[in-house]
Ligand binder design. Structure first.
Ligand SMILES: [Zn+2]
Length: 568
């Protein structure tokens, strides 16, 4: 009896007593669980802290900035007008040759006079005074459009004077010249290289369309459209167009830069835009806007072996050419290795990929810990040769000379090695490396090493001479934070949407901005072109799509306005 009511009443207390009896066990289990989850929790914290502690991260993405005035040309067939302007620019041949004169007024450069003539005809409002209906002050400040100065004869510097001289100017760059079209390749072009053919699929064909007339004409067309709608800059806009970027000897960019510096001073420019990297659309599931914030350096190292000559009927085991061959083999057997470093903007780009795209999870993991960065760099270099070159100093044995006659032992043999120097190395470091690598070989062949800074002693008969006929350091790396970066990023995200990621990159090639480093820390080498917008730059069938060209115009149109609205 007791049992029943008691049972029904006692059940809770039975349960309670069971729980109380089991309490130590429950406590132990709970403690165990807590400890496990805490350790997991800590493990999580450690890894995210590691990630957080990476010395380089993807920059915070700036919000989109809308320009005040929308891009809305009245010309109903603006794309055709834009294409005609660009194809006309291609029709004026402006090739730069290696053997060109170092004097800008040499008649061989007269073609750039023709090119300027073409620009004057195409953009009449830029080169003339024009009248508006407003007051006299406006007459002085705004009635003229752009001032044009000639620097080193054919370098063109346009000044679109802003109304507020206290605002630092911006510079839009491009180059007028192109690489040549070798005569024996003309036949291979689908459309003649200087016809500027605009086909029914939207392609504009011809030398210079992609490099660099798209940008030059794009910048002028954007300014032209801003002039048409009555935009008056408060911040001065400079357009700087050199004419021998492709290896000429006038070095017009240096003259242009020196002239700008003489007017505005060092570090006086808010930012500089020039040709460079572009847009990676749908790249591992994301769109990346990748301005190049730096350029690699370049050095040519000359390796010369000198030994006594003689008749080749009584030769030594190794002739001068044989010794040089071994030196070359030694150099090639010691390549540089890809490396992610804090100095290289590519490291930030890699972090942007890890953070915002669906790259290989193994690569993502390797990128998330600094201790596995070497592995990540090797993975990236193996997948993409261009990325590999961005991650290291490269070397290419490009020229070799030696021997003059089949029955005479060569007294001298020379090799020239071209290096593209990583942003965290230097010409000096490469020279040092040569000495370390080649000294033992020289010693084995009983050659005196004459280093980079020394002259060959008159008495020397067997020697290895090292020299640097050309050496140029990597450029400084522009910052990927701060106001100039925000204007750049905000404008890009206005045009390509806030889903697009702005990721800093490094350029393997070089640009004229090399001569402009005194003027601004913020140099962005970028054209808003996707890989599918241009093909075969510098070779047969160079072409650019009208969509890419229109994007270039829209981009400059928005950028000028956003820079204008910004206040330091
Ligand atoms: Zn170029």
């Amino acid at each position: 009896m007791r049992g029943l009511p008691l049972d029904s009443n006692a059940r809770p207390s039975w349960a309670l007593s069971r729980i109380l009896r089991l309490f130590p066990v429950v406590l132990l289990l709970a403690a165990g669980f807590l400890l496990t989850s805490r350790s997991e929790f800590f493990a999580e914290r450690v890894s995210s802290r590691d990630f957080f502690k990476l010395p380089v991260t993807c920059p915070a993405q700036s919000p989109a900035i809308s320009p005040l005035l929308p891009f809305a040309p009245v010309d109903a067939d603006y794309p055709s007008t834009a294409a005609v302007r660009l194809s006309g620019a291609i029709r004026v041949r402006t090739e730069t040759f290696d053997a060109s004169s170092s004097n800008g007024s040499d008649p061989s450069y007269d073609k750039f006079g023709d090119f300027e003539g073409y620009l004057r005809k195409t953009y009449p409002t830029m080169f003339h005074f024009f009248l508006q209906v407003r007051g006299a002050v406006d007459t002085i400040n705004s009635f003229k459009s752009l001032k044009l100065e000639h620097i080193a004869s054919h370098g063109l510097l346009f000044t679109w004077q802003g109304s507020d001289a206290s605002l630092s100017p911006i510079i839009l760059m491009a180059h007028q010249d192109t690489v040549p079209v070798p005569e024996n390749t003309v036949e291979r072009w689908t459309h003649p290289p200087f016809e500027g053919h605009f086909d029914e699929n939207g392609w504009i064909w011809g030398r210079g369309g992609g490099d660099c007339k798209n940008l030059l004409i794009g910048e002028l067309s954007a300014v032209d459209e801003l002039l048409r709608i009555g935009f008056k800059p408060q911040r001065t806009v400079l357009l700087s167009f050199g004419f021998d970027e492709e290896g000429g000897r006038v070095r017009s960019a240096s003259h242009l830069s020196a002239h700008v510096e003489s007017i505005y001073g060092k570090d006086s420019v808010l930012f500089i835009i020039d040709e460079g990297e572009g847009i990676k659309e749908d790249y591992f599931g994301r769109t990346f806007i990748t301005p190049a914030l730096g350029e690699k350096g370049s050095a040519n190292i000359e390796v010369t072996v000198a030994v006594p000559g003689g008749h080749s009927s009584v030769p030594p085991v190794h002739t001068g050419i044989g010794i040089l061959s071994e030196l070359v083999t030694t150099i090639e057997n010691h390549p540089f290795y890809p490396k992610l470093s804090t100095k290289n903007p590519f490291s930030a780009y890699a972090q942007c990929l890890a953070e915002h795209s669906d790259i290989d999870p193994a690569l993502k993991k390797a990128l998330s810990h600094e201790r596995t960065w070497d592995k990540a760099a090797a993975m990236m270099a193996a997948k993409n040769a261009g990325d590999g070159a961005r991650l290291m100093t490269t070397q290419a044995v490009d020229i070799i000379h030696g021997g003059v006659k089949v029955n005479a032992l060569p007294e001298q043999a020379t090799a020239i090695v071209n290096h593209r120097i990583s942003v965290d190395s230097s010409v000096k470091e490469i020279q040092q490396r040569y000495l370390e690598l080649l000294n033992p070989v020289a010693h084995r062949f009983n050659l005196t090493v004459v280093d980079f800074d020394s002259d060959v002693p008159e008495t020397a008969t067997r020697y290895l001479k090292l020299s640097t006929p050309y050496g140029s350091e990597a450029s400084p790396v522009s910052p990927y934070s701060g106001s100039a970066w925000d204007i750049f990023s905000g404008t890009a995200r206005h045009l390509w949407g806030e889903d697009a990621i702005i990721a800093p990159l490094l350029m393997n090639g070089g640009t004229d901005t090399r001569a402009f480093q005194n003027l601004s820390r913020a140099i962005y080498r970028f054209e808003p072109l996707r890989s599918t917008d241009k093909y075969d730059i510098h070779t047969v069938n160079e072409r650019i799509h009208i969509d890419g060209h229109l994007n270039t115009i829209r981009w400059v149109f928005a950028l000028i306005q956003n820079a204008d609205a910004f206040r330091e």
